[in-house]
Design a protein around this ligand. Structure first.
Ligand code: 13P
Ligand code: SF4
Length: 357
């Protein structure tokens, strides 16, 4: 049943998201209403990454929301003809690779990522040549052409598990330099992790958002918000893409959904009153809504400019074009069949290995 404009407005207000003002609700309710109406009418799946701003995030049902791994799984499973991917381009590409027969659309094809944008197929070939025979694992934050050169893919939700499932006692990890070091620590000496920039002629990349959190910041957070290490009800959460010294200081690190799941467990156990989230700031906006009993803190200036390109105003025209039967080319994520085939292998391998976890 399609909701009326008033019902949509009331539903947004009822979410009681503390970051949404009444003025914002008034300003955007008509657009949200129209998007939801057309979404339903045309059976469109709208996948929303955990970093979407709350009104965009709310266009997705709970099962359409998630981290990179969860959204990849949803993309592979959906029956819908159209998938609108509210996230960045490498994520939409992954959806296309897993569902090549579907039409995958993104509101802004310029939505990049400092990891994917700075490490391509040439760089993969270079590091592979420097370490012949060593399996290459690529972080999902990469484009299809780079994935196509690798043995297996991973996300921050399954990296350690997949690394352990690979043959041999060493692996190459690209492109995230902090992630590679964090993975090596997590593996506790069981495997050597080789990454770009260790005298192998290559350069890697870092997340321009998470690199902003320094150890000094994290210590200041612990003092400023009174979250001492090991406190029974106050926790400091950090994303895997942060610096190694920042991860070491955390009470918990993981993917965006793993952070959310850990919060859910502690809330259910009555053991979380306060949390600082060292990650993209809209993740916290969405967590605040989901866990209203927790007092959240974050750094509001730490916003991913690529994720921020995905707005309600850019999503609506896609649905209007679907409705009118117009050309969708400007939003469509398309890849040559050969690239799809080559990039699908490491992603499929990841799915198989992570399903076994
Ligand atoms: P997740 O896999 O945790 O969703 O992270 C993706 C990402 O881009 C983090 O910056
Ligand atoms: Fe890429 Fe970092 Fe933005 Fe995630 S937060 S999409 S890793 S730039």
């Amino acid at each position: 049943m399609t909701l009326t404009l008033d019902e949509v407005r009331d539903a947004i207000v009822a979410r009681e998201n503390p970051t949404l003002t009444m003025a914002e609700v008034e300003l955007h309710a008509t657009t949200v209403h129209r998007i939801l109406e057309l979404k339903q009418q045309h059976g469109v799946v709208i996948l929303g990454h955990n970093y979407m701003e709350p009104l965009v995030y709310g266009l997705s049902e709970k099962i359409e929301q998630g981290d990179s791994l969860g959204l990849s799984r949803s993309a592979a499973e959906t029956e819908a003809e159209f998938i609108i991917f509210n996230g960045v381009r490498f994520m939409a590409e992954t959806a296309k690779i897993l569902s090549p027969e579907k039409r995958v659309l993104i509101a802004d094809r310029e939505a990049g990522c400092s990891l994917a944008d700075n490490f391509g197929a040439t760089e993969v070939r270079q590091i592979r040549a420097a370490h012949p025979g060593v399996p290459v694992m690529i972080y999902v934050n990469s484009y299809a052409e780079a994935k196509a050169e690798c043995d297996v893919c991973c996300t921050s939700a399954n990296a350690a598990h997949i690394a352990m499932a690979l043959p041999g006692d060493e692996l190459i990890f690209v492109p995230d330099l902090f992630f590679a070091q964090n993975l090596e620590e997590e593996l506790q000496g069981h495997k050597r992790v080789i990454y770009p920039g260790q005298g192998n002629g290559g350069h890697g990349a870092v997340c321009e958002v998470h690199e902003q959190f320094t150890l000094d910041d994290i210590r200041a957070v612990r003092n400023g918000f009174d979250i001492p290490p090991g406190h029974p009800t106050r926790r400091l959460y950090v994303h895997w893409e942060c610096r190694p010294e920042v991860l070491r200081e955390a009470d918990f690190y993981g993917s965006t959904t793993q952070i959310s799941n850990d919060i859910a467990q502690h809330v259910a156990a009555g053991s979380l009153e306060r949390a600082f989230i060292a990650s993209e700031c809209e993740l916290t906006s969405n967590l605040m809504e989901e866990f209203p009993t927790v007092q959240f803190w974050t750094a509001c200036s730490v916003r991913c400019s690529h994720m921020a390109r995905i707005t309600l105003e850019k999503i609506l025209p896609i649905l209007e074009a679907i409705d009118a039967g117009d050309d969708l080319q400007q939003w469509e994520v398309d890849l040559p069949p050969k690239v799809i085939e080559a990039a699908a292998a490491p992603i499929q391998r990841m799915m198989e290995l992570s399903a076994a976890s």
